[in-house]
Design a protein around this ligand. Sequence first.
Ligand SMILES: [Zn+2]
Length: 338
Amino acid sequence: MSLAPLARIPKAELHLHIEGTLEPELAFELAARNGVTLPYADTEALRQAYLFDDLQSFLDLYYALMAVLLTEDDFADLADAYLARAAEQGVRHAEIFFDPQAHMARGVGMGTVVEGLTRALARSEERHGISTKLIMCFLRDQSAESAMETLRAAEPYLDRIVGVGLDSAEVGNPASKFREVYAAAGELGLRKVAHAGEEGDPSYVWEALDVLGVERVDHGLRSMEDPKLVERLVRDRVPLTLCPLSNVRLRTIDVLEDHPLRAMMDAGLLCTVNSDDPAYFGGYVGDTFHAVHEALGIDPERVRQLARNSFEASFLDGSEEDEARRARYLAEVDAYEF
Ligand SMILES: [Zn+2]
């Protein structure tokens, strides 16, 4: 099924976990290549397992399937498969999260993950027409010490990592736990983002801003509960990387029609729309644009605004080359015909 023009508008994807792009077919292919036995009869049985109904069953499956990712080739193939799909969805720039702790815990080293991913990213512009950046996430349900060890393990690869993020189970793991590692990351010249306000209340977003010093908030869905917070986010033009299909699949909201995206845009927030873990959440980013258009009545001019926001919120501002890319992408958005 090919996507409607509205869904294929040129865009940046800023909230995408590469491990969350593992489709059942590739999971089986990598399992066969690596001699790993998956506890599913075939791709169809695995696809059924993707129809989980809560966060814990998602996370259980998510971590279990990572067992097939072992070599540089595996990570390169995973990233390449995502980029090919993203290109079909109108993505022109992608800032991709990865979770090194989930791999290092299985004996897969930082070097294997980064070398594999960046092999695919290095040829992405030529092969898929997508520029890329890589963001290393810390798992917030693990200790601050573990996050610091992860940052140290990444030091030889910092020429290929633009920033740090914070993901996994939010409630009970506030941003303040990671104050020191974010300060250290800042000293290394890394950009800062963090998941906040997905399940956690607005205090989690305040901490991400004031304690960690993030430039961009991943999700930030619950920010609307605190008018002072909205005022702050609007004043400082802090981008939010919203993931509406993820919110529905993880039951943060009941149905897409209840998503506050329209109200958030009306409030002047710098909203972007992203796919999060698209293999698991029922759609890639173009599909997500289509879904919010249908369910929330986000009209074509607002779709264009979301596309513009995605480039404005990106980290395409660190070099002349990147600034030129951003200007080119914004011109493509402005000229795009639905
Ligand atoms: Zn996420």
